[in-house]
Design a protein around this ligand. Sequence first.
Ligand code: TXA
Ligand code: MG
Length: 330
Amino acid sequence: MSALTIQANDISIEKAAQLIRAGGLVAFPTETVYGLGANALNAAAVAKIFEAKGRPEFNPLITHFLSAEDVEAHAVMSEEAQKLAHNFWPGALTMILPRKSDSEISDLVSAGLPTIAVRVPAHKTARLLLKQAGVPIAAPSANASGKISPTAPAHVAESIGENIELILADGVCEIGLESTVIDLTAKTPVILRPGSVTPEQISDVMGQEIFVDDATKIRNPKSPGQVLKHYAPSRPMRLDIRELHRGEALLAFGSIKFIGVKGGGAAKDLPEEMVRNLSEKGDLYEAASNLFSMLRELDQKKYKAIAAMQIPDEGIGMAINDRLRRAAEK
Ligand code: TXA
Ligand code: MG
């Protein structure tokens, strides 16, 4: 089998919705990254996701809904959860909530945990798909397990196209980084995965300090997706570089005027193909949206490694650094 890629429109979205209802897999766009979707109520369909990604079964999935009201049928929404929903949904925020005991969402989605990850996406095509399908859609990022998340339809085709039926194509994802994951099931809320919704924004809404579990320091991750080796290019990576080594490709941020090459030379004189700039003007949002596609472009055997310049560790920059540290993990 090899996936059919079709441009999203009313007809193709209806076809995709039918496929979801019938227990099939559909890759679809969200504002963060492309997801690989299945009917969350159908265990056999959900099992196909794990197979298509080659993902360890203990790793639970995010379930996507059309609205917070739809979420409430399956998860317990505290006052805090309601507040966050009100402020950030639809959008790039995933909440881990206690699962309702009578929820018919497949246990496989939660990987047996008493909790469930829920998100109401904002992307127009994702919303139409959810509406037409009429069921919650479980969807991890549509890439092979442990590889870079897809921000364009071609990335999906390349990574797991052989294993799925349909790719609903709708251009490049606006945000380009996976959603912020916040766990609301502990005594104090904890961000398990940084994203475009920042700890500061969440703190403002909740009126309390929000902790970020730094996945790069945790030995016993609570969220299985916190395992370090996750967003991995096949080339080794070097971070926070001030100087480039020979044979390395450069992942730049801002001006490269002062980046030299060890042994002589300057980065600005390298062939164009060896350099990708996440954002020449130093805009962190632009950098986030370019991160995964540029990592892919530089991930070539002919380079010894990918060397990344320093990214300011603030706002969405924290999320970028989180992905870079994971990518650099051996
Ligand atoms: O932007 C996104 O979040 C994309 C789009 C498609 O929605 N999805 C995505 O899914 O990135 P995935 O499966 O690649 O990452 C989901 C993360 C994983 O780290 C997983 O371990 C964690 O959420 N997760 C899911 N359910 C959980 C639960 N019940 N408790 C703790 N962590 C959970
Ligand atoms: Mg993923």
